[in-house]
Design a protein around this ligand. Structure first.
Ligand SMILES: *Cc1c(COP(=O)(O)O)cnc(C)c1O
Length: 393
């Protein structure tokens, strides 16, 4: 039996009558951009996350862009962000004419290494952009303390981590802004592009709201240059149908992750990453003797498992495992094969190979397995059995 990395049809099939009703409601309303559907979803999202304000926007990428624009980031400014993340995090910084200053990652939780972040602060550093990668919160106490000490703004890229918690609070509500993606493969997926900003600061919220529509306030008067970052009524209506089910989706992802860990940890040479090795606290990768390292969820984090990401130790071993799985019809993905500081488009920033050893190491070791909520347990058993075969060979 083939095991797909994703199956977006399964989740939506279960909600088909409600999604069709939402579609017809919007169709018949004749109101397709922003408006009552978007406001309703924004209120629901604010309530769900505990943020004072939520603002629906066109994508997770645009949410980051609008947050940075609202904070006045521009040419001459530097913004700290991880090198080991999806492109959009740094791409938004660069699009505003500011410099993304990359930071190395923690080999245990895959998030920002705070010691490295502190070292890279200069008088031009204006903000820090931690990413809650794969659904687990970055060390926000440390991020916020550093930001306070050094006078930095904080934008949390929570694209992969809607609903995840850090010491009981939802991610995205701890910094000046939090940004969320509703890309269909994220934990709360729209049926197209969509995103949101969270903030507890009413003045920043108002600025972001204006920037979402060309900086216009009142109609046809522009004190600031914004853009077209609006959310469609249709996507908001679909998201309103799916948000009440988020807790179930998360529980299913957690159950899937637990099953992987339980089954895989039985194979020889496999260990679970330990919080005590966390590079957030002491930079640099520890010597690794295991063959596979399973992801850890820290006890103070509510991990939402957007990805279940293993580290396969040894030169070429990750690619060999991926080939083994692919040959047996098992889907997987490499998030991410090349750290951002080595991307061609960022060659002019002055970073080079060797600057971020953990990010570079992770790019060669990581592999993400299927973990979507509706994934049948038998298929997880099958993936684990195949990984066992690979380890024996
Ligand atoms: C998905 C993602 C984004 C961008 O979200 P889109 O909705 O696809 O624009 C930004 N940052 C991270 C870390 C992501 O995973």
């Amino acid at each position: 039996m083939n095991v797909n990395l994703l199956d977006l049809k399964a989740q939506n099939a279960a909600l088909e009558p409600e999604l069709l009703e939402a579609f017809l409601r919007v169709l018949h309303s004749g109101h397709f951009i922003l408006g009552a559907e978007v406001e309703r979803f924004e209120r629901a999202l604010a309530e769900f996350t505990g943020a004072k304000h939520a603002l629906g926007v066109s994508s997770g990428t645009d949410a980051i862009l609008v947050a940075l624009m609202a904070l006045g980031i521009g040419p001459g400014d530097e913004v700290l962000c991880p090198s080991f993340t999806f492109f959009a995090t740094a791409g938004c910084v660069a699009r505003l004419g500011a410099k993304p200053v990359f930071v190395d990652s923690c080999p245990v939780c895959f998030n920002l290494d705070l010691r490295d972040a502190a070292r890279r602060i200069t008088p031009r550093t204006k903000a820090i952009l931690p990413v809650h990668l794969f659904g687990q919160a970055a060390e926000m106490d440390g991020v916020l303390a550093l930001a306070r000490e050094r006078g930095l703004r904080v934008v949390e890229d929570a694209a992969q981590a809607v609903g995840a918690t850090y010491r009981g609070k939802q991610v995205g509500t701890l910094g000046d802004f939090g940004t969320i993606s509703f890309f269909p493969t994220k934990n709360l997926g729209a049926l197209g592009d969509a995103g949101a900003l969270l903030t507890n600061d009413t003045a920043l919220f108002e600025r972001a709201r204006t920037l979402r529509m060309h900086g216009m306030e009142p109609k046809y008067y522009h004190a600031h240059i914004g853009g077209c970052f609006r959310l469609d009524a249709l996507q908001a209506a679909f998201l309103s149908v799916k948000l009440p089910h988020f807790k179930d989706y998360s529980a299913d992802r957690r159950r899937n992750a637990a099953l992987y860990t339980e089954r895989l940890a039985k194979w020889p040479g496999v260990r679970i990453a330990q919080a005590k090795d966390c590079g957030c606290a002491h930079a640099g990768a520890a010597e690794e003797t295991a063959r596979l390292v399973l992801p850890a969820a820290y006890p103070h984090n509510g991990h939402t498992w957007n990805q279940y990401t293993l580290r396969v130790i040894g030169a070429g071993r990750r690619d060999a495992l991926r080939a083994h799985l692919t040959a047996r019809g098992i889907g997987s993905e490499i998030y991410y094969p090349l750290p951002l500081h080595e991307q061609k488009c960022f060659a002019g920033l002055g970073f080079k190979h060797g600057d971020f050893p953990v990010a570079e190491q992770l790019s060669g070791e990581v592999i993400s397995l299927p973990i979507y909520p509706e994934l049948p347990a038998e298929q997880i058993e099958q993936v684990c059995a195949e990984i066992g075969e690979f380890l024996k060979a």
